[in-house]
Ligand binder design. Structure first.
Ligand SMILES: Nc1ncnc2c1ncn2[C@@H]1O[C@H](COP(=O)(O)OP(=O)(O)OP(=O)(O)O)[C@@H](O)[C@H]1O
Length: 585
């Protein structure tokens, strides 16, 4: 093969692009670490052909041109790339002697998520400043620098900034400042009122926002924060709120609406809201939450300040943001013109393979990643809660260190797993979309998405669980050929097509054995959920007879000879009652 055409190497245990993808306009990870033009000839290479496994850190670093620049400036060093096969003409030689600085201190790998401005250069109170300092924050992130003065002026703000760049502090800090500056007469008058209301789409995120708020409130002794989320006893929350009403409330929409309707005095407390935050605003304003959110907004004063934050702000959200904000709101977008919405230091790959190979490929990729990176920390996103459960069970049977999180788990189990995953390394979290947005698990090395994501935005948020705070990461999207149309919706992102590994027969045998050991009940539930998910996908669900065939393919991938029967009522609810080909009970 011509040297310049070889695009393959392993990357955190993954084989990296060997051919020009129809889906990606740009290809990353050439031998030189530079982007290759999309016209490059295809050069398919088998995984067994890979000369050496790179330690994931070095491989990733070499691929990032920005990082290379910093290296040449002597700012940061990373280990030398170890194979001569992949070393390109302009690959670093002899960089190992450059001074090694603490990546955290200079803002992650390339520091680009931090601004030049320090918190102590800003107009914030001494009390907040002490909290910020104790939290370990010195310089502001770019989104914090851009939004703080505008929020402090009292403006409504719609802010867009990439995942993991500190949006939580960006809305919490100025909102806390607003509260702490309320005239004391107003404060005593509004003693039991809620002055800052933060809405989050998931329970884990709400808890996390409250933890961040507590850090910032450390020295604000007169301000407190409470969380109300579903899955916990509402009476307990009512008692807590009664015993110790806090000015700051972090909530998920369903539970907040519950309190609005059933907790005496709660709607009066909401009349005190000065600042309303919609974290993951585009999600909260989409159809799933919209009604609850509108009801909640209607219960708060019209003259409140409203802050909408997200890493994705699709045009429709801009269109409807006037529902939530005053006309003169400011749109602050820290994603630069022409820049992608995902991080350049996250290598994004997709693999397209028949469904019946997905479990084997998943296992193969995981084994390699685990062997490649002792500090591995992986999140696997699945389409639905029941498919998540199934994937977790299969991978657990294969003796991988698996944790499972989705909406069908009790809240206490979810909290336990979430806390444990945050602290741990050497673990794989199989998750539904409950972990897709906002959750800040440090040092995730690899994010795998199995099956078509709910949309472009969900893809971006899921992959945003790695590469946080300027760190590096890997992303893999595993699709069946009939799902590959999804790639057009992310064609502006640098998603490279990875070579599908030729999985050896012993891996396949192990996977078959694992599938056999998983209970039939799990497979039935997964099949039903899988059908529901793809049935509601616009492109795939449109053709019902094809859905029957695809369902058969999925059931075969679980090792079943025939698809499980589905209760008539459920088939009818899915609008599949009259479709020939489904077995019903
Ligand atoms: N100024 C700062 N300096 C260093 N670290 C910071 C700073 N501000 C926030 N962080 C940390 O950065 C991490 C990411 O922050 P956060 O979770 O708020 O990101 P985000 O932009 O909201 O991400 P997502 O889009 O996924 O919700 C957190 O661990 C947070 O504590």
């Amino acid at each position: 093969m011509a040297g310049g055409d070889i695009l393959l190497r392993t990357h955190g245990g993954l084989p990296v692009l060997a051919r020009a993808s129809p889906c990606s306009r740009r290809l990353r990870f050439t031998a030189s670490g530079r982007r290759a033009p999309s016209s490059l000839a295809a050069a398919k290479v088998d995984i067994g052909d890979v000369v050496s496994q790179l330690r994931s850190g070095s491989a990733r670093g070499a691929a990032d041109p920005k990082r290379q620049r910093r290296v040449s400036e002597g700012v940061l060093a990373f280990p030398r790339v170890v194979t001569s096969r992949i070393r390109g003409a302009d690959e670093e030689e002899g960089q190992g002697g450059a001074p090694q600085l603490d990546a955290e201190k200079i803002g992650g790998v390339d520091g680009s998520y931090l601004s030049e401005t320090r918190f102590d250069q800003c107009a914030i109170s001494e009390l907040s400043l002490k909290g910020v300092k104790d939290a370990g924050y010195g310089r502001m992130t770019q989104v914090q620098e851009a939004t703080l003065p505008v929020i402090l002026q009292g403006k409504d703000v719609l802010a867009k900034a990439k995942t993991g760049t500190g949006k939580t502090v960006a809305f919490l800090l100025p909102a806390i400042e607003v509260l702490s500056k309320l005239p004391s007469s107003q404060r005593s008058q509004l003693r039991s009122s809620i002055n800052l209301l933060v809405m989050c789409p998931t329970r884990e995120l709400a808890n996390q926002v409250a933890v961040e708020a507590k850090k910032l409130l450390k020295y604000h002794r007169s301000l407190g924060v409470q969380v109300v989320i579903g899955g916990t006893r509402i009476t307990q929350e009512q008692r807590n709120m009664q015993a110790n009403p806090c000015q700051i409330l972090v909530a998920t929409p369903g539970r907040l609406k519950d309190h609005l309707e059933n907790t005496p005095g709660f709607s009066t407390r909401l009349k005190g809201v000065k600042v309303l935050v919609l974290d993951e605003a585009d999600r909260l304003l989409d159809m799933g939450f919209r009604r609850d959110i509108e009801k909640i907004m209607a219960a708060t004063p019209k003259d409140r300040q409203t802050l909408l934050f997200s890493a994705t702000v699709p045009e429709e959200v801009r269109q409807i943001s006037h529902v939530a904000m005053r006309k003169d709101y400011r749109f602050i977008n820290t994603v630069k013109e022409g820049d992608e919405e995902t991080h350049s230091q996250v290598s994004q790959m997709c693999m397209i393979a028949p469904l019946d190979l997905h479990f084997s490929i998943l296992y193969d990729v995981l084994k390699k990643h685990v062997a490649d990176d002792a500090d591995y920390k992986v999140i696997i996103f699945c389409t639905t809660a029941m498919v998540t459960k199934l994937v977790a069970e299969v991978l657990s049977q294969l003796k991988l260190n698996i944790r499972e999180i989705h909406s069908r788990k009790s809240q206490s189990a979810r909290t336990k797993v979430s806390d444990e995953f945050r602290r741990s390394k050497g673990v794989i979290l199989v998750s539904s979309d409950v972990s897709a947005r906002g959750v800040d698990y440090p040092d995730v090395t690899l994010v795998i998405q199995v099956g078509i994501p709910a949309g472009r935005e969900q893809y971006i948020h899921r992959i945003g669980r790695t590469g946080r705070k300027g760190k590096e990461g890997l992303g893999l999207l595993l699709l069946a050929p009939w799902e590959s149309h999804f790639l057009t919706s992310v064609k502006d992102l640098s998603v490279s097509e990875a070579v599908t590994p030729s999985v050896d027969s012993s891996t396949q045998t192990e996977v078959k054995g694992a599938l056999r050991r998983v209970e039939m009940k799990s497979k039935e539930s997964a099949y039903q959920a899988w059908l529901g998910y793809y049935n509601s996908n616009k492109t795939i669900g449109g053709n019902k007879s094809r859905l029957v065939t695809l369902g058969e393919e999925f059931s075969r991938s679980m090792g079943l000879a025939a698809p499980p029967a589905i209760p008539k009522l459920i088939l009818r609810k899915m609008g599949l009652g009259k479709v020939p080909g489904f077995r019903s009970t």
